[in-house]
Write a protein that binds this ligand. Structure first.
Ligand code: RB5
Length: 146
């Protein structure tokens, strides 16, 4: 169960981030904010890496990343060992990504989805549980790839 989340975004995601932070807090989740916090142009790999390292080091139970598409920031997160980041623009994939792939980071595209859809996706991801069983062996196979 996710009780503490690291969150980060680039300048494109900075307006959506506080909405998601507020939503997480209403669910009783502790949030560690890795920035950015304004519109000044910055680089998504900085925030993707910081959040992914916090998750990999188990300082938090999971992470949420936001950039324009969610793509770049999830790519960098997936370079950190132990990270399984998914970018989602609808709740079904978010749910299944946790149940089957045991994702530990959810990425969102601020230019792709609205804030209400983003909250639905976050809820679907938070409410889902890894099913284990046959999926456990597959996740281990993912982890065995360098
Ligand atoms: C920034 O312009 C944009 O490239 C970034 O937010 C993200 O969409 C990258 O994948």
């Amino acid at each position: 169960m996710i009780k503490k989340i690291a969150i980060g975004c680039d300048h494109v995601g900075y307006e959506l981030k506080p909405i998601i932070v507020e939503h997480l807090k209403t669910r009783g989740i502790e949030v560690v904010d890795y920035g950015t916090n304004d519109i000044e142009r910055t680089d998504y790999p900085v925030y993707g890496r910081s959040v992914a390292e916090a998750v990999a080091e188990k300082n938090v139970d999971g992470g949420i990343l936001i950039c324009g598409t969610g793509v770049g920031i999830s790519i960098v997160a997936n370079k950190i060992k132990g990270i399984r980041a998914v970018v989602c623009s609808e709740p079904y994939s978010a749910k299944l990504s946790k149940e089957h792939n045991d994702t530990n980071i959810l990425a969102l595209g601020a230019r792709v989805i609205g804030s209400e859809m983003a909250k639905m996706i976050v809820d679907a991801w938070l409410d889902a549980e890894f099913e284990g069983g046959r999926h456990k062996a597959r996740v281990s196979m993912i982890e065995s790839v360098n």
